[in-house]
Write a protein that binds this ligand. Structure first.
Ligand code: SF4
Length: 411
């Protein structure tokens, strides 16, 4: 923390050497840590340029990974919109009361501190109220009534934790060059999932180093048809695990009480009539086409009268009261077929096996060595700065280690 550094500057010779024994104030350090965003980003890119010039970045293979870091907010700081509106009303009254008291107050210092505390509380609550609009824009699946925002850090989001459970967090996205483990791009996002982060990660690498990597390796959280197609169009080879379509479908069927004997794989397709035949011999005729981004699927449906009178309806489509059973046939895109085929090769699997060590090393380092398991600042722009400082420090440590190795080898 800034307070700990302030104390170290008073007695630790290393810190005294750095500061030239000048007095360092904790508030100045705190402000410095989250200000100068542009200068810090430029410094990060300059260090990458030096590492690249030293031949320590290859951009042949880049691993992308996301890690959840706890926000500086308690789980019970989340409130519904009405509670926050009430809080703002109370805070306004308190600000007015404190202003009035301050005029008669003899101790100017304590009056000013009280004024500042009340104003900050009001500002935090107003920021929390604004965040409800952001949540709606993000497509938060919860209904308007159920949405909650943290009054401590309104921009934090409740995310699933790697060890289980949920907590207010941010999602830190890192792109790591496989040649020497240098972090070549970093970003903090509010999305809990990684699907939408792959393209943006490649953009950041290109922005920082002037070119995209030849290959990107990421875990199953990034594997989607859209990402496979997008990487193909950019000429970036994508290595990731195969999508487990059957596994996803299975959990959906189980949730709807469908027996395995009536999963869509048990329905027989007839290309000549473009229809399916169900296990009871009834026809599901073509009904329409659906498109979600790059995914095209064709919908087939049985006659309502066939299903309503069917003896096995409870095992096949229990919830269908007004329509017959439907199933979808998806068109496999050439890019997806190629991806699946490639990921069956031993070479691709071997590359994927390297992912965990390369991608997760900076994550672990930042959390275990730098202690960044929880952000010490609040708000997206400030936590971005904290993550960037950690990655910059990590890269400098990697650089020192590699240079030391080079010198030792020459000696
Ligand atoms: S419920 Fe309908 S689709 Fe399912 S087995 Fe019976 S007739 Fe076929």
């Amino acid at each position: 923390s800034a307070r700990a550094i302030e104390q170290l500057c008073e007695w630790d010779p290393a810190y005294q050497w750095l500061t030239g024994t000048a007095v360092v104030n904790a508030h100045t350090l705190s402000d410095f840590r989250v200000k100068h965003e542009q200068a810090l980003k430029e410094l990060f890119v300059q260090i990458l340029a030096l590492l690249s010039a030293d031949g320590l970045i290859a951009l042949e293979r880049v691993m992308q990974d996301g890690t959840k870091i706890r926000a500086s907010a308690a789980s019970d700081s989340f409130r519904k919109k009405e509670r926050i509106e009430q809080g703002i009303k109370q805070a306004k009254e308190q600000v007015a009361a404190v202003d009035e008291m301050a005029e008669e107050e003899t101790s100017r210092r304590s009056a000013k501190a009280r004024q500042r505390a009340q104003r900050e509380r009001k500002e935090r609550l107003e920021a929390a109220l604004k965040e409800f609009e952001e949540l709606a824009a993000e497509g938060d699946h919860k209904g308007k009534e159920e949405r909650r925002v943290s009054t401590s850090d309104p921009q934090a989001r409740v995310m699933k934790q790697p060890g289980g459970g949920f907590a207010p967090s941010y999602n830190v996205q890192l792109n790591t060059d496989a040649a020497n483990g240098v972090v070549v791009a970093v970003e903090v996002v509010q999305a809990g999932n990684d699907f939408e982060q792959l393209t943006a990660g490649i953009d950041r690498v290109k922005q920082n180093l002037g070119e995209s990597p030849d290959q990107v390796v990421a875990d199953g959280g990034y594997v989607s048809r859209d990402n496979i197609v997008e990487m193909k169009s950019r000429g970036v080879e994508f290595i990731g695990p195969q999508c487990d379509e059957q596994g996803k479908g299975k959990s959906s069927y189980e949730g709807r009480g469908v027996s395995p004997a009536y999963y869509s794989s048990q329905f027989v397709y007839d290309a000549a009539s473009d229809s399916f035949r169900c296990p009871q011999g009834k026809i599901l005729a073509y009904e329409g086409k659906e498109q979600h981004n790059t995914q095209v699927s064709y919908r087939y449906r049985a006659q309502r009268s066939d299903c309503q009178g069917c003896p096995v309806k409870s095992q096949c489509c229990l919830g269908n009261r007004v329509t017959g059973r439907s199933i979808h046939r998806s068109e496999e895109l050439a890019e997806v077929a190629e991806f699946r085929h490639q990921m069956q090769s031993e070479q691709a699997r071997e590359i994927y096996r390297q992912r965990a060590q390369v991608a997760e090393t900076p994550n672990l380092w930042i959390k275990a060595k730098f202690g960044l398991r929880q952000f010490s600042v609040r708000g997206l722009s400030k936590v971005r700065m904290e993550a960037l400082w950690a990655c910059l420090t990590y890269n400098i440590c990697v650089w020192m280690r590699l240079r030391w190795r080079q010198s030792a080898a020459v000696a």
